[in-house]
Ligand binder design. Structure first.
Ligand code: SAM
Ligand code: SF4
Length: 348
């Protein structure tokens, strides 16, 4: 039975003990995948002929609201909406509108999303009106032909329009680029120069062995970010920044231009010891580690219980069992720690 959404911050539901895992890491960041569907088929993310889940398996908007509100009541202050492609879910703006009440109450500090940008042009203004201040846009190349090849069915032009619309709506844009051997070496300076000119932050991400379609064969595409850093250092003076966002990225500033560049290196340098995040899949499984199979089924808790006590207990119990870290490893010529689960299901 569905519940009335929790009004976080009211006396009926005061924010209680924060979520702390079994290794004393506070958990304050929830990434929620609102759909496994996508209008692209990025080669490193999903198969061309991917089978999406039946819609009845997906969390409804009310269930998403109840779950996310429960996490916020337990001290989650940052919520990232992802997927699949979050903006292809028809009712997704209703979810942003309902989550914005937690920004208004002060319980939530940040509501944001990760998107491929294809639908951003028509949603950017409403996202800003819902209190979204920043968006992450995934973009691996500025070349229209290579973009079409890599995304299999995406087009670069609408993505660029989406990014422009986001900026016009007052949103900050961070570009996320997955580093791929044979591609990103040539994209590095065009992307850096473009982000510098446009005022976007830029973060590179190491390829992870996820998704049953070809995770094994992707080993040849793995490009350690140490190589990208070395290439950057040929042209720029890199000033390491002490700042972290509490997340996995490590930053440098290019002294000559001031451009900030992030590096997310799950393979070559693990960052699990400070991990503050958990992921809710589009079917309501809570993954407390992106790189481990274990999950807790929160959908059945939501569908089978009325009060919030059982839900809170299930969340706390899952968080207590958060694993120490992932086992992704490409260093021995064989991918290890491979996850059959696709990034689109868990939410990248
Ligand atoms: N569709 C949205 C997008 O592309 O931004 C959100 C979901 S996507 C799964 C989230 C992020 O995961 C993207 O930045 C994407 O590049 C990244 N990603 C997908 N598969 C990956 C992999 N195998 N290794 C590293 N990053 C991956
Ligand atoms: Fe879709 Fe994002 Fe996966 Fe690309 S990375 S296929 S845009 S979910």
């Amino acid at each position: 039975m569905l519940q009335t959404p929790i009004d976080v911050g009211t006396t009926a539901c005061p924010v209680r003990r924060p979520l702390i895992d079994g290794l004393c890491r506070p958990v304050s960041y929830l990434r929620v995948s609102v759909t496994d569907r996508c209008d692209f088929r990025c080669t490193y993310c999903m198969a061309d002929r991917v089978q999406f889940l039946p819609r009845k398996h997906l969390l409804t908007l009310e269930e998403l609201d109840r779950l996310c509100s429960a996490f916020i009541a337990l001290g989650v202050t940052k919520l990232r909406v992802t997927g699949g492609e979050p903006l292809v879910r028809r009712d997704v703006m209703g979810f942003f509108r309902s989550m914005s009440r937690h920004l208004d109450s002060g319980a939530l500090r940040e509501l944001t999303l990760t998107t491929n940008g294809s639908q951003l042009a028509r949603h950017a203004a409403e996202l800003a009106a819902c209190g979204v201040r920043r968006v992450n846009v995934s973009l691996d190349t500025l070349d229209a032909g290579r973009f079409a090849g890599l995304t299999r069915r995406g087009q670069l032009a609408p993505v660029m329009e989406g990014i422009a619309a986001a900026r016009s709506a007052g949103l900050r844009v961070k570009i996320n680029t997955v580093a791929l051997r044979g591609l990103t070496e040539g994209e590095l300076f065009p992307l850096v120069d473009w982000c510098t000119a446009e005022g976007h932050d830029l973060t590179f991400i190491e390829l992870m062995p996820m998704g049953e379609d070809g995770a094994e064969s992707r080993i040849g595409q793995f490009l350690p970010l140490s190589e990208m850093r070395a290439r950057l250092a040929d042209r720029f003076t890199l000033e390491p920044l002490a700042e972290t966002t509490g997340g996995p990225a490590r930053y440098v500033r290019l002294a000559e231009t001031g451009q900030k560049i992030g590096f997310i290196t799950p393979l070559s340098h693990s960052f699990c010891e400070s991990c503050n995040r958990v992921r809710l899949s589009c079917t309501g499984e809570l993954y407390t580690c992106l790189g481990q199979e274990g999950s807790s089924d929160l959908r059945s808790v939501v569908r089978n219980t009325a009060g919030n006590d059982a839900l809170e207990a299930a969340i706390r119990s899952a968080i207590l069992r958060k694993p120490r870290g992932h086992d992704f490893d490409y260093s021995r010529g064989q991918p290890r720690g491979v996850m059959a689960r696709g990034m689109n299901h868990t939410g990248g």
